[in-house]
Ligand binder design. Structure first.
Ligand SMILES: NC(=O)c1ccc[n+]([C@@H]2O[C@H](COP(=O)([O-])OP(=O)(O)OC[C@H]3O[C@@H](n4cnc5c(N)ncnc54)[C@H](O)[C@@H]3O)[C@@H](O)[C@H]2O)c1
Ligand SMILES: O=C(O)C[C@H](O)C(=O)O
Ligand SMILES: [Mg+2]
Length: 584
């Protein structure tokens, strides 16, 4: 164990009661109903009589003081009875009802909200995060009650530097930013995509203990190309086509500069941008601002950890990763991010033999296998394009089924956003895999966009597979007391730790080295007892523990790269000292 892991863990344990990565006095300048209507400070009926006197609350609440624990029990009782009362109703109705009850608490009393979220993360993550958050975004205009976060639109050009000061918090540590152009696998949802930054930041609070008063979800509304939304009279965003080219970039530039001017150390996580802007903004900003793209970089680390776990599950040594044949379905921001990091890792293991490593990967998009013959080959996909006919005569545009039948891959990994592309035939073809324990990663979100279900994977590809999906599925009962374990390969296992480690390090940039350490930390987290059972990632119940470890790994990498400037009272020299290996 490292001292830094202890620092990260202690930040988290300090935040158990009232999540806050940064200790310090919390001054309340409000009084009376202003406090009751402010979810940051509201304690509902929990205000003790002394506080009611001091804060001008006397007479504004029913007289009985209800303790925090009683409020907690009351909420959980309501939640459980809602679960009971909605039994048998359509999934969508039940999920939205659960989201509403949690959202009302979020809007009223954040202290209680985050307490129940942290304690019940396994039950509540599928509501505030994928898959329900997707449904919420799709229905956002109808569900909208109170604003959360900030909205910067194309109409605000020239005003952002002053608008940023409208945010009430003095300090912001974590921002999650989207332009709503590729929300999960649901496409362009325009301003309705704000649900994603809100959900991601809830995970930051629950997993990394980030102070809820220092998070900021942001929507950059540059229009939408979703015709249905443009025609919807209740749509809450700009009713215009998306800005393109320099016009688009000038909006993002202005936002980034405004953030940097007010909070120079805030970390900006780019989320669910369509591919062209995902890559372009990452290149444009990563050396100027403290930012990362979660879909490209967070996903890559989580997938790589799972791929390395798969090698271990086959009883092989990690260096055998270089020999695995991997078919990646989806050449978007996520698929290409995964390929880049996985090829780099394989090349390192093959003695820096990049060409050898690339040979083992096969990339497909909606038009089939990508080869150098592809017309208008995307420059980002070009390094992974095959020579046509190179591998068993596989041609440009070969279908997924043909590729799987000929390649007999060790791993089939989907980031296509298309539900069901791993159909029965494709899954059955995986039975001929060259691996004794083939892996099927259906990573697209939400559930209906997963490339296959867990049950279908075990049914058609065989019981000896390793399975992972981006959204949660139940473990599969294989009969005879056997269980097919379902992993959730989701970037939530990394992004909170990337943010926490970067924040505590005080680094101004997030480097490849920091991200690599994050991935390696996740990869080595699972024990030799768990891995052979096909368990590649920790249970979400352990998300705070894995986040502390990942945070420490990122922090240590920042120290090693001489980027750590320190945070709060902990200076760069302290961090250097704490980075030395040593017993507790
Ligand atoms: N599990 C995770 O942590 C995680 C992380 C990031 C993204 N995702 C999911 O991955 C999906 C894709 O995200 P993205 O940002 O790469 O999207 P994207 O739009 O940038 O890319 C989608 C890619 O899939 C390809 N595709 C479409 N239909 C296909 C088909 N029938 N067969 C093969 N390929 C097809 C497209 O050509 C494109 O290359 C989304 O559903 C998203 O939710 C999951
Ligand atoms: O949001 C998620 O659940 C993961 C990922 O960032 C995605 O875009 O699907
Ligand atoms: Mg995303």
């Amino acid at each position: 164990m490292w001292n830094l892991a202890r620092v990260a863990a202690s930040v988290l344990s300090r935040s158990r009661r009232f999540s806050t990565a940064i200790p310090g006095p919390c001054m309340v300048h409000k009084r009376g109903t202003d406090i009751l209507h402010d979810p940051w400070f509201n304690k509902d009926t929990g205000f003790p009589l002394t506080e009611r006197d001091r804060l001008g609350l006397r007479g504004l609440l029913p007289p009985r003081v209800i303790s925090f624990e009683q409020q907690y029990a009351r909420f959980m009782e309501s939640f459980r009875s809602l679960e009971k009362n909605t039994e048998g109703q359509p999934n969508k109705v039940v999920s939205l009802a659960k989201w509403r009850i949690l959202n009302r608490l979020h809007d009223r009393n954040e202290t209680l909200y985050y307490r129940v979220l942290i304690d019940n993360i396994k039950d509540f993550a599928p509501i505030i995060y994928t898959p329900t958050v997707g449904l919420v975004c799709q229905n956002y205009s109808g569900l909208f009650r109170r604003p959360r976060g900030m909205y910067f639109s194309a109409k605000d050009k020239g005003e952002m530097m002053s608008m940023i000061y409208n945010w009430p918090a003095q300090q912001v540590d974590m921002i999650v930013l989207t332009d709503g152009s590729r929300i999960l696998g649901l496409g362009d949802l325009g301003v309705q995509g704000i649900g994603i930054p809100i959900g991601k930041l809830d995970v930051y609070v629950a997993a990394a203990g980030i102070n809820p008063q220092r998070i900021l979800p942001v929507m950059l509304d540059v229009g939408t190309n979703n015709q249905k939304l443009l025609e919807d009279r209740l749509y809450l965003g700009l009713r215009q086509p998306r800005l393109e080219g320099e016009e688009y970039l000038s909006i993002v530039d202005e936002f980034m500069e405004a953030v940097h001017a007010r909070w120079p150390k805030a970390i900006v996580q780019f989320e669910d941008f369509q591919m062209k802007w995902a890559f372009e903004t990452l290149e444009r900003y990563r050396k100027r601002f403290c930012m990362f793209n979660d879909d490209i970089q967070g996903t890559a680390g989580v997938a790589l950890a799972g791929l390395l776990g798969t090698v271990r599950a086959q009883g092989l040594s990690l260096t055998d990763f270089a020999d695995q044949k991997i078919v990646v379905v989806g050449a978007g921001s996520a698929g290409l991010g995964v390929l880049k990091m996985a090829v780099q890792a394989a090349a390192r293991m093959a003695g820096n033999n990049d060409a050898f490593a690339r040979n083992k990967f096969f990339l497909l998009d909606k038009d089939g296998l990508i080869t150098k013959e592809r017309k208008n080959l995307d420059p980002a996909a070009a390094p992974f394009a095959k020579d046509p006919g190179d591998f068993m005569g596989l041609r440009e545009g070969a279908s997924l089924l043909e590729v799987v039948r000929k390649v007999k891959p060790h791993v089939l990994l989907g980031l296509s956003g298309v539900g069901g592309v791993f159909n029965e035939e494709v899954l059955k073809a995986m039975r001929e895999s060259d691996s004794v324990k083939p892996a099927i990663f259906a990573m697209s979100n939400p559930t209906m966009n997963a490339e296959c279900t867990a049950a279908d994977a075990f049914k058609h590809a065989g019981e000896n597979i390793v399975f992972a999906s981006g959204s949660p599925f139940e473990n599969v009962d294989l009969g005879n007391g056997k269980i097919g374990h379902v992993n959730q390969a989701n970037n939530m296992y990394l992004f909170p730790g990337i943010g926490l480690g970067t924040l505590l390090s005080g680094a101004r940039f997030i480097t490849d080295g920091m991200l690599q350490q994050a991935a390696e930390c996740l990869a080595s987290y699972m024990t030799d007892e768990e891995i052979p059972k096909g368990i590649l990632y920790p249970s979400i119940d352990s998300i705070r523990d894995i986040t502390a470890e990942v945070g420490a790994a990122v922090l240590r990498a920042a120290v090693e790269e001489d980027l750590a400037e320190g945070h709060g009272e902990v200076g760069p020299r302290d961090l250097k000292h704490m980075s030395k290996v040593g017993p507790y």
